[in-house]
Design a protein around this ligand. Structure first.
Ligand code: PLP
Length: 355
């Protein structure tokens, strides 16, 4: 068992030592546009087409405009933000930066977001799974007993997908302070409960990476834009391994437009939260629903008496939900996303008609 006296005191050197040696010393690709500083009227440096259609130039490699917009909204220094092609890409990049293939491990708490395991598989890192408790809280002591020095990354998902619950802040803090590697706090659903974000506390934890996305509350899953918030050193390492122009100009334009109107996002988030509550109320009255897990997100994890039957029945009606029955502690569970009010009406009408 770990006590506060075992909390890790991080130095820059200790953080650097966590990075794979070949990544630490990698000379990243230097794109044409990032080498020159100052003003230029004639761009003949990148073998682009000169015919202006708004897309003929390579995008600015560090997505500075997006980082500045997020820096303002989130009150974080833009140098501490890394922009990626969805937070999916960050999951892969974090695994690649810190895990030596064939030697290191990541730790995660299923049932949780599936990409942590896939990224471990791609990068030949051991995936060490510690199942959440039946109420989807973290089994702190079992988790602490599970890790050793080969564990480079701990994935914490809060609010968690698919269970929808927020992890206790005291437990999250204790884990960040005691884990001997990088802790990634995946806050993909934080726009539904922004006051609970760890972002304002980023400075306290040198080994913490927080990931967020425009795919959920912001309603922009199609543009693929995720952000990692971390120390400037960790951000530099993530930048070192990214593709030179990972965010395209169309994504940037759409994301900037959305970020300029946070009040629109808030309205939609509020509507989805009220729809989630409506679904929760009405589903709770159906006798083939066994349990609805408390959620702070835009989805509900619902345990049915027989989830396969319900899943197939809904498919027949043209309604697709996500089957989570294969996940630990989620037998007979379906994950249902709150849709538009009329879509939720359809779901509820179909379920009311289920015999
Ligand atoms: C917890 C969690 N993290 C990350 C993602 C992926 O987000 P993105 O669309 O930014 O890749 C998802 C998507 O469902 C998710 O549920």
């Amino acid at each position: 068992m770990i006590t506060t006296t075992d909390y890790i005191s991080w130095t820059d050197e200790k953080i650097k030592a966590l990075v794979r040696p070949n990544i630490r010393t990698l000379v990243p690709y230097s794109s044409a546009r990032s080498e020159f500083k100052g003003r230029a009227d004639v761009l003949l440096d990148a073998n682009e087409s000169p015919f202006d259609n708004g897309m003929n130039r390579y995008p600015e490699p560090l997505s500075t405009d997006i980082r500045q917009a997020l820096a303002q909204i989130k009150d974080v220094d833009a140098d501490r933000i890394f922009i990626a092609n969805g937070s999916d890409e960050i999951v892969d990049q974090v695994t690649r930066v810190f895990c030596n293939p064939g030697a290191d491990a990541v730790v995660a708490l299923p049932p949780t977001f599936g990409m942590y395991k896939v990224a471990a598989g791609i990068n030949d890192a051991e995936f060490r799974a510690v199942t959440l408790q039946p109420d989807f809280t973290i089994p702190v002591e079992t988790l602490k007993d599970s890790w050793d020095d080969s564990c480079k990354v701990l994935w914490l998902c809060s609010p968690n997908n698919p269970s929808g619950n927020l992890m206790d802040a005291g437990v999250v803090e204790d884990l960040i302070r005691s884990f001997p590697g990088i802790v990634v706090l995946d806050e993909a659903y934080i726009d539904f409960i922004p006051e609970e974000s760890f972002l304002p506390r980023l400075d306290e934890f040198p080994n913490l990476i927080i990931t967020q996305t425009m795919s959920k509350g912001w309603g922009m899953a199609g543009v693929r834009l995720g952000a990692a918030y971390a120390s400037t050193y960790i951000v530099t390492m993530l930048r070192a391994i990214k593709m030179p122009y990972n965010i395209n100009v169309l994504t940037k334009a759409a994301a900037l437009e959305a970020l300029a109107a946070p009040e629109k996002m808030q309205e939609r988030v509020d509507l989805l939260k009220s729809e989630r509550r409506r679904l929760e109320r009405e589903l709770g009255e159906m006798d083939f629903v066994d349990h609805i897990f408390p959620s702070v997100t835009n989805f509900l994890l619902v345990r049915f008496r027989d989830s396969d039957k319900i899943y197939k029945y809904l498919l027949d009606k043209g309604i697709v939900v996500r089957n989570q029955s294969y996940q630990p502690n989620a037998k007979n569970c379906l994950r249902i996303t709150a849709g538009l009010p009329e879509e939720n009406d359809q779901l509820l009408a179909a379920l009311h008609a289920f015999i």
